[in-house]
Ligand binder design. Structure first.
Ligand code: GDP
Length: 615
């Protein structure tokens, strides 16, 4: 505990100055001196307020998020906490790019090819399907060029529609990108082997796609196998909410054999059709931006990033910035390794010329000039250094457990996103049912994913991407999932008793999660005399007026009703002996540790914080 600087104490005047209107942006880790002026207050006001709340800080000490929010709440001010450097980055983004963004309007939108990800259970044929699609490309024969695996490729269907495929099958990459705010995929192909049916990863894939609100086309694969049973697959899918068109639903199902290259063309035409219905549009003349799919450092070529263009056209020579990486586009290479001059919407392309490899999921922007690209890149690099992490984009709607009650209080219909994992199917169902019963008008539960087994990194990524809380019943996260959860701010709660689980979630729903504390005064003593004892320092000779003074208890010193110091009692004496407790009506000596300026007549008050049970 530190005492208040005299400067801060005297600087305090109850201020009736109005607080600036609108959102006040404060960097995390700011000091009282930093934030005071932002709220039209002095540093002393901040220190003093926090002091009264039980936190002793100096004017130049970093405040916690809670302290800043508490102070803002006291003033009725709206505060937004940002990471150091985030504000500058936002300013730069607004300055450099917002005006150009405005220039994009609907009239300039043109249809763009869909970007497709293939998902499904292991060994159901995702990789083979991607290979077959690639070699089915109608132009590849004529145009030549050696196939390059750059992370994505584009094919033209027989009816002339271009389609982009992400070359990394499975939902891991898909969700990792989403967790970074990169919503790249427009359509998901769900591959289900006709001889194997819906398997755990099939279910995961469905949930990941649904959570991203991306339409699913089902490819029932391995139709060539004698034990193929497509009807069973359809039945299982229907049970998962994917009702095939043939049964009156709206899920498109194609029966294929990747091995024999059968049904592939039909699948591609169906994709083109869905893309048309989705009305995917982009403005090729608009400001160019895209997402990094993958990036690495290559010998002789330097940093190489595969990018899918989202809007506009990236050209050779353009100044670009992605995350902290910046540079001038030296060369663009397509999925056949051919040099191209430009890349338009939905086109996958390798960019050479970045200062360093950006990260998968980073947004790539074309800047007006190299200077701006560099300024933004360097501002971000600095921020990553300061905060030690790469920014994670704002997550989807729906709340985490800890924010749930806030949403309800604001009168919004809150929804709690949940990833539920349990040890066996039976307990999974039991937990689901019990949780569902908690739903009320104002709180909805959203199961983003339910599954049997431990909490995996995949679950954490999904939770991060969809702003969900992970609930584990009789299962636990392993070390890597825990670390990832920590890094991506995902809450994992594990239970072994169902009623505990229900109790806690219910508690969150009625706002009982965080305990509230109240202060209870436990003792009061009046200072009669202050002695200086060599080597020990000042000791206040006191008379206990009320309650009892206990060693170790929290204490504040009051002078004419004003708090002048706060800390804890480290030494307590009765005559010459150490005492644990001195009751009312007795005299005692209280050691003043690092506070020496107590005077006769000051009051020493001890207190305790007790949890208030909520009703
Ligand atoms: P992934 O794990 O989903 O990527 O599956 P793969 O593409 O690696 O395929 C797994 C296995 O299934 C391989 O041995 C493939 O040759 C085989 N396979 C894939 N598609 C078909 C198919 O249509 N018919 C048959 N019979 N085998 C297939």
């Amino acid at each position: 505990m530190e005492e208040l600087g005299p400067q801060e104490m005297t600087a305090y005047k109850p201020s009736n100055e109005p607080v600036p209107e609108g959102e006040i942006i404060v960097e995390r880790g700011s000091t009282a001196r930093d934030i005071g002026p932002k709220f039209n207050r002095s540093a002393g006001d901040v220190v003093r307020f926090l002091f009264l709340q039980g936190a002793t800080v100096t004017a130049t000490q970093s405040l916690t998020d809670d302290m800043i929010e508490l102070f803002a709440a006291e003033l009725g001010a709206e505060v937004r906490l940002v990471d150091p450097g985030e504000e500058r980055e936002a300013e730069l983004l607004a300055k450099y790019f917002d005006d150009i963004d405005d220039a994009e309007n609907d009239e300039d939108l043109e249809p763009r090819p869909p970007v497709v990800t293939v998902m499904g259970h292991v060994d159901h044929g995702k990789t083979l399907l991607l290979d077959r699609i690639r070699s089915s490309d109608v132009v590849s024969g004529e145009a030549g060029g050696i196939t390059q695996h750059i992370g994505a490729y584009q094919v033209i269907t027989q009816s002339g529609h271009p389609i982009t495929f992400i070359d990394t099958p499975g939902h891991e990459a898909f969700t990792a990108m989403r967790a970074r705010g990169a919503e790249v995929t427009d359509i998901v192909i769900l591959v289900v082997a006709a001889d194997d049916g819906v398997m755990p990863q099939t279910v995961e894939a469905i949930n990941h796609a649904k959570s991203a609100e991306v339409p699913i086309i089902v490819a029932v694969n391995k139709m060539d196998r004698p034990d193929a049973n497509p009807d069973r697959v359809l039945q299982q899918l229907a049970e998962r909410g994917l009702v095939p068109e043939a049964w009156g639903g709206d899920t498109i199902v194609c029966q294929i054999s990747a091995l024999r290259s059968e049904g592939i063309d039909d699948l591609l035409e169906q994709l083109a059709l869905v893309a048309e219905l989705e009305e995917l549009g982009a403005n090729p003349k608009g400001i160019a931006r895209g997402f990094v799919l993958e990036a690495n450092l290559e010998a002789g070529r330097g940093p190489v990033a595969t990018v899918i263009v989202e809007n506009g056209t990236i050209k050779v020579g353009d100044p670009v910035v992605a995350g902290a990486a910046w540079g001038k586009v030296k060369a663009l290479l397509d999925d056949r390794g051919k040099n191209v001059k430009f890349a338009g919407p939905s086109m996958p392309v390798q960019i050479l010329g970045f200062s360093e490899p950006p990260q998968a999921g980073d947004e790539v922007r074309v800047a007006a000039d190299l200077n701006r690209a560099r300024t933004l890149g360097e501002a971000r690099a600095q921020r990553f250094r300061l905060t030690g992490h790469h920014p994670v984009a704002a997550a989807a709607s729906g709340a985490k457990l800890e924010d749930l009650f806030e949403q309800i209080k604001r009168g919004e219909t809150a929804s709690l996103n949940i990833v539920l994992k349990a040890d066996v199917q039976g307990s999974l169902e039991a937990c689901t049912e019990s949780l569902k019963r908690l739903e009320r008008d104002e709180v909805k539960l959203n199961f983003i994913h339910r599954g049997v087994g431990g909490v995996t990194e995949n679950d954490v990524q999904l939770a991060a991407a969809s702003n969900a809380t992970i609930i584990g019943f009789n299962v636990r996260p392993d070390k890597r999932s825990r670390e990832l959860a920590e890094k991506s701010d995902v809450d994992i709660r594990t239970y072994e008793i169902i009623y505990k689980l229900i109790e806690e979630i219910e508690a969150a729903m009625v706002g009982m999660l965080a305990p509230e504390y109240e202060e209870v005064i436990t003792g009061e003593a009046e200072v009669r005399e202050v002695f200086r004892v060599p080597k020990i320092g000042a000791i206040a000779g006191c008379y206990v007026r009320d309650g009892a003074i206990t060693r170790g208890s929290k204490v504040r010193f009051l002078r004419e009703g004003t708090i002048i110091w706060k800390g804890s009692i480290t030494s307590l004496r009765r005559f010459k002996d150490d005492a644990r407790e001195v009751a009312a009506g007795f005299e005692c000596g209280i050691g003043l540790s690092d506070y020496q300026d107590l005077k006769e007549g000051d009051i020493i008050e001890t207190f305790e914080e007790r949890e208030i049970p909520r009703v």
